[in-house]
Design a binder for this molecule. Sequence first.
Ligand SMILES: NC(=O)NCCC(=O)O
Ligand SMILES: [Zn+2]
Ligand SMILES: [Zn+2]
Length: 485
Amino acid sequence: MASKVIKGGTVVTADLTYRADVKIEGDVIVEIGPNLSGDEVLDATGCYVMPGGIDPHTHLEMPFMGTYSTDDFESGTRAGLAGGTTMVVDFALPNPEQSLLEAIQRWDNKSTRANCDYSFHMAITWWGEQVFNEMETVVREKGINTFKHFMAYKGALMVDDDEMFASFSRCAELGALPLVHAENGDVVAQLQAKLMAEGNNGPEAHAYSRPAEVEGEATNRAIMIADMAGVPVYIVHTSCEQSHEAIRRAKQNGIRCYGEPLIQHLTLDESEYQSGDWDHSARRVMSPPFRNKKHQDSLWAGLQAGTLQVVATDHCAFTTDQKRYGVGDFTKIPNGTGGLEDRMPMLWTYGVGTGRLTMNEFVAVTSTNIAKILNIYPKKGAVLVGADADLVVWDPAKEKTISATSQQSAIDYNVFEGKPVKGLPRYTLTRGHVAIMDGEIRTQEGHGKFVAREPFTAVNRALSQWKEVMAPRKVQRAGIPASGV
Ligand SMILES: NC(=O)NCCC(=O)O
Ligand SMILES: [Zn+2]
Ligand SMILES: [Zn+2]
């Protein structure tokens, strides 16, 4: 079998930094060490050899708010690879009353075009006996161990507390992990109506309708419900101190939970909504909205402290024309922003480049931590013999200014437009295939494979054991009849 050697670089993992060559045969890493040789040599002089990024939060070709997000599995994964991301996890969304298995079939059809490996989370968008039963098939037969719950988008994707508790309890039985979009959807709906009634209909009102409190309250509620159901919980797009505080506090109390800030919330702020250009602000409408510097500092601190574990994108890209569905009514602006191509360079530049993160922390929050949470480590998220050769050869000296004119994403703008970045892939390898070669795109449509994920992570098992130890037990009392008269 033809081999490749990444030569002359420094391997950077979540816990180690050392000089070594990396040899690949077919899809996997076969040797790591000094002076390796192979059929093809990839020069990594001056570069860091890291696990490829894993973006656990994308919405590719997602049906949402009367349209479909524009980046599909082809353009989305091409964008990811251009920026050093080698795996995405997308959300399969059943329509109301639709079978979960049919939703997977729809996502299977779309994902055949993926350029890199991918997996799915299953969304719980409605509740009933059918959903309860199918969750078992989803976990045991379809290789999906995560279930997403939206506490927002009232009247569409939103589930309420009793549905969440039922679904979380089912996740506990199946060894799965619930994910939560934590915003109080009832309060958001009322604030939206009030703002519209007052004539506040521009994109800035989107941010006014989703203050940090709605996120903090919902995050705390989701965590408490998960703890009562006896299951860990993962809070997606944690954007503010209130939500981070709820996660931090829960962790300090021994509750198993995870928080996922987005690169957008870390590096872009609420002033974007004050632009005099409607398109500029509407293009940045997403939920939760961008926040102020205080919240950004909290998120960066959480990544440093380990109270937040993962940096994702929530890539859900709509064109300007799609955003204009909401002219005159901000509640109709499709929610979502892009970021797949920019997550790694932006986090490196504004994280590692400023000293907010170490290189090892960068690898942890872009790849290794989520691989462990999703139970795919060390196949993914590792530079180890036997791991998939999903690698990025990162050139810390390579620079560019982000621009929509040169991006892979199919939309007509970039929310990071004009941002200088220093630190970019020299090569990105997806299961051994060099998809990005010094700026040249060599992606192969359909190369990506579905990554199945087993349930019952070590954390699930430990928590179940603890809940069993702490379970309520009937007090046996001498002299009292076991049951009534
Ligand atoms: N985040 C967002 O605004 N759009 C995508 C759907 C979601 O994750 O809530
Ligand atoms: Zn969301
Ligand atoms: Zn999302």
